[in-house]
Write a protein that binds this ligand. Structure first.
Ligand SMILES: Nc1ncnc2c1ncn2[C@@H]1O[C@H](COP(=O)(O)OP(=O)(O)OP(=O)(O)O)[C@@H](O)[C@H]1O
Length: 232
């Protein structure tokens, strides 16, 4: 079974004269354990595609299946609890890591677990273990302001992973990082895909990072124009 199936998906913003086709008949699949890039210039539709798969941005046409659940079929499938599916199956990593500034690294990860009704006695241990596995054991009590860009991004990754999502969606996760930290984050994503058997879809226009991916989809003007295999 695929982790993500995108079948003939189109997204049109607005109506009539002002309508913008952001995605045009895109189709692809991602298997569990694969690390896949969506590469393209600004305005090509990458974020629109990612947020449609992330159940945040309703596609106009076509089908999206996430971990076996058909979530969109010419619009959201009626009767689904999208928030719950998002919480249970998806993890998000963004360029602006969106850590909560008045919570420590540990608390930022615990919040994600508690939202998912993880018993609070166990949330702390799990959050600690995750942060330690990302080499942040010495930063548990640090506030986001005191973290380097690479450290903050790893806290954000720990938070996205907290619930062991089947699918991880990342929007420009390396753009704000220097080359070395960017490479570390890519290596981390790669090992997560393999070890957790998660499907990881990364939007990027960072050509420095493409060699780490299993496959790369190039997007122009809302269409996938090419698929290549990376060296990942
Ligand atoms: N809410 C919206 N309303 C109308 N048009 C939109 C909206 N969001 C995006 N668009 C348009 O859809 C197209 C694709 O935008 P999108 O943000 O998906 O591209 P992108 O490849 O992610 O760009 P970037 O790399 O700059 O983030 C662009 O023409 C954009 O102007």
């Amino acid at each position: 079974m695929y982790a993500i199936e995108v079948d003939n998906v189109t997204k049109i913003y607005g109506k009539g004269d002002t309508a913008v086709t952001a995605i045009s008949q895109a189709s692809f699949q991602v298997r569990p354990g694969e690390l896949v890039a969506i590469l393209g210039p600004s305005g090509s539709g990458k974020t629109t595609l990612l947020t449609a798969i992330g159940l945040i941005n309703e596609p106009t046409h076509g089908r999206i299946i996430v971990d076996g659940v058909t979530v969109a079929d010419d619009g959201w499938v009626p009767g689904l609890d999208l928030k719950r599916i998002r919480r249970e199956k998806l993890g998000f990593i963004f360029q602006a890591h969106n850590l909560i500034p008045f919570l420590t690294a540990l608390e930022n990860v615990m919040v994600a677990l508690e939202i998912n009704k993880f018993p609070s006695g166990e949330a702390k241990g799990r959050a600690e273990q995750l942060l330690k596995s990302l080499n942040l054991g010495h930063r548990l009590g640090s506030y986001p302001m005191a973290l380097s860009g690479g450290e903050a991004q790893r806290v954000a990754i720990a938070r996205a992973l907290a619930n062991k999502p089947r699918v991880i969606l990342a929007d420009e996760p390396t753009a704000a990082l220097d080359t070395e930290n960017g490479k570390n984050v890519m290596a981390l994503l790669k090992s997560l895909a393999v070890e957790n058997h998660s499907a990881i879809l990364v939007v990027t226009h960072d050509h420095r990072m493409v060699e780490g991916f299993d496959r790369i989809f190039e997007v122009r003007d809302g269409s996938i124009i090419r698929e290549t295999c990376g060296a990942g």
